[in-house]
Design a protein around this ligand. Structure first.
Ligand code: NAP
Length: 337
């Protein structure tokens, strides 16, 4: 349990990555009560200095002893590091908020989107999981619809930016784009295929059932967060040549009929959701417009007439903010409240 204090010692494991850097910025922006900041990463970046509140903070190497005196440990250094170091952080008294998929489906670990199931935070026993970036945006839109009309089935296709893979993938998209515009050969290291000017229907590894891990994460995590195993979720996850922000095309079938204007009103009233939907003026959410935004944006809201109670919508969210760093900081805010 976190002891109530005026200010907290906060560690960021993976501080030099794109999520880690965003996290540090968000802690500053939201004036999180930090008494000391412990920045951790690999040997590679040991000694680098990052800005926080007008001062330079030195990055140290992540070890099992890094967490003495730490109250809250924000992990964003990949699943392997979470599995290796998060239990040690929790054992030394820190509450871990983990951005990786390592503990998300562990029944003892709450999987939290504060606007949807914030109270689940109370059930933690040292580790709280931050959901998958596309799942966070999806459940924010599904929650008000599920509460009003009980969702039976969701068919979702994602259009995920390369920042979802980390900083090396952003460099790969930039490098390939420059190479192709200069009629040079492209180097492919992060993805199995060229990502510049291309879409790849493959995120994370394939499972025996033909789906990818990313697709199954979206299905399983959605049910866990909404607390309803009866919801059918089928996902196709696609990587697109966009630097930042994920988009999703979502088809929802409900038990009760919900007229489109009611869906629009429910979404407009939902915390963390903005309805951005006026096709007559070409207004709908675009990935290039949503960088740095905290809310998720929903548009193209319309009836699916091919089923009795169907809705289609399109949503866009910043994967590095609500999809990662912001949601983690909001969990921390919930903890200290
Ligand atoms: N990107 C997203 O949209 C997103 C969204 C939700 C969740 N996540 C999760 O957040 C985590 C980080 O993702 P990212 O996109 O920020 O990746 P990234 O840019 O590649 O950053 C990875 C971070 O982990 C550190 N790291 C790697 N190996 C390490 C080791 N052996 N010991 C200590 N630190 C190590 C890196 O340190 P060095 O700089 O020293 O190598 C860096 O700080 C992942 O678990 C990812 O699944 C990402």
């Amino acid at each position: 349990m976190l002891k109530k204090k005026n200010k907290y010692v906060v560690a960021v494991a993976g501080a030099t990555g794109i999520v880690g850097r965003e996290l540090v910025e968000i802690l500053e922006e939201r004036d999180f009560p930090v008494s000391d900041l412990v920045l951790l990463a690999s040997e590679r970046t040991e000694g680098e200095r990052l800005d926080f509140r007008g001062k330079k903070w030195t990055v140290r190497r992540l070890t099992k002893d890094s967490f003495k005196g730490v109250d809250i440990a924000l992990f964003c250094a990949g699943s392997e590091r979470s599995l290796e170091f998060a239990p040690a952080a929790a054992a030394s008294g820190a509450v871990v908020i983990d951005n990786s998929s390592a503990f998300r489906m562990d029944p003892k670990v709450p999987l939290v989107v504060p606007e949807v199931n914030g109270d689940a935070v109370e059930q933690h026993s040292g580790i709280i999981a931050n959901p998958n970036c596309s799942t966070i945006a999806l459940v924010l839109a599904l929650k008000p619809i599920h509460d009003a009309a009980k969702i039976k089935r969701v068919v979702v296709t994602t259009f995920q930016s390369v920042s979802g893979t980390g900083k090396k993938a952003m460099d790969e998209l930039a490098g390939q784009t420059v190479a192709l515009l200069n009629f040079a050969d492209v180097k492919t290291e992060v993805y199995p295929h060229q990502i510049a000017f291309n879409c790849i229907p493959h995120i994370d590894s394939f499972l025996e059932n033909g789906s990818t891990k990313e697709e199954m994460k979206m299905a399983n995590e959605t049910r866990k967060i909404l607390g309803d195993d009866s919801i059918g979720v089928t996902a196709t996850a696609v990587r697109v040549p966009v630097f930042r922000c994920h988009a999703e095309s979502v088809n929802i079938e409900t038990e009760k009929k919900l007229p489109v204007n009611e869906v629009r009103a429910l979404l407009a009233a939902a915390p963390g959701v903005v309805v951005f939907d006026d096709p007559s003026r070409n207004i709908y959410p675009l990935q290039i417009d949503m960088t740095g935004k905290d809310d998720i944006y929903v548009g193209r809201i319309r009836e699916d007439v091919t089923v009795s109670n169907g809705i289609n919508l399109w949503l866009v969210s910043d994967n590095l903010r609500k999809g990662a760093g912001l949601n983690a900081v909001q969990i921390a805010e919930h903890l200290v409240r």
